[in-house]
Design a protein. Structure first.
Length: 287
């Protein structure tokens, strides 16, 4: 009897290894603090950091990805966020600054109290991302990521969709991942840009596993055209759950690989109306 029981337990693991530790039916799919990307409030920072952070706090955001707005020091901004119960786990950098002075990037991140630094764009000719562009990025990411790690910071590249140009047996995105050192270079998936460029967000989360450390969450209007420019109009950004992205599949894979930070990024023109809808949608998703 004991041998029979062990056999069926082993069989259950073989058939569904993930489900043995996965969530129970009815558990929430969105299981991390509600995060926001700074760019969402691009039209608000000119009104002052304090009133903008007040809006962010009132909407229930607990994590912020970005840097201090113009006129505010990183130390001051960190304190303003802390006063409102908002942490800054991640900030950003431009490609050229990472390439030329990664120590300055690390110093700014430490002043904000950030654990991660992300880069969201690799310089290239619009719609023509090439192997040469990828090689430049690989060198900058490996070398800059090493400096950041020496300062206790994790570097991550924010996927933007133009990297899915065909190359070899895969894409230039695959080439980037395969030629960057996992010790120094992690990944952030922007699920909308990944989809926009022809990638499958859930499948890529599964394929590259723990190389992914965070997500940008946004949705893409049904019927809108796609390409590999990494650029589209604000009219194509819709509240989460109203577009083409399969968020249940994305969140299932993200939870399996243990992603702890997810930042909503709304690039539409009606973010104050859209954000509560996006938050409500995420919180409505259950296993």
């Amino acid at each position: 009897m004991k041998k029979t029981l062990l056999f069926f337990l082993a069989l259950a693991w073989i058939i569904s290894p993930q489900e043995t530790y996965a969530q129970k039916k009815g558990d929430p799919m969105y299981q991390v603090p509600v995060g926001i990307a700074s760019y969402t409030f691009r039209n608000h920072w000119k009104n002052g950091a304090a009133p903008t952070l007040d809006i962010i706090q009132q909407m229930g955001f607990a994590e912020f990805e970005g840097g201090a707005p113009q006129g505010v020091s990183p130390e001051e901004f960190k304190e303003m966020c802390q006063q409102r119960g908002i942490s800054i786990p991640s900030t950003g950098t431009g490609f050229e600054q990472l390439e030329k002075d990664p120590q300055a990037v690390a110093d700014r991140a430490k002043a904000l109290g950030a654990k991660y630094v992300m880069c969201a764009w690799i310089p290239h000719k619009k719609g023509e991302f090439s192997k040469a562009d990828a090689d430049r990025a690989i060198k900058a990411f490996n070398e800059g990521g090493k400096v950041l790690k020496e300062n206790g910071i994790i570097f991550k590249y924010h996927v933007h969709g133009y990297e899915f140009q065909p190359y070899g047996n895969g894409t230039l995105f695959d080439y980037l991942v395969e030629n960057t050192d996992p010790e120094y270079v992690s990944l952030q998936m922007d699920v909308m840009w990944t989809f926009f460029g022809g990638g499958d967000p859930a499948a890529l989360l599964k394929k590259y596993g723990n190389r992914w450390v965070s997500l940008h969450l946004k949705d893409f209007r049904k019927g809108a055209p796609q390409d590999m420019t990494g650029l589209t109009g604000p009219e194509n950004d819709v509240p989460l759950g109203e577009g083409q992205l399969d968020f249940p599949a994305i969140l299932r894979e993200a939870n399996k690989i243990g992603i702890k930070h997810m930042f909503i990024e709304d690039e539409g023109d009606h973010e104050l109306e859209a954000l509560p809808k996006s938050i409500a949608y995420l919180k409505s998703l259950k296993y």
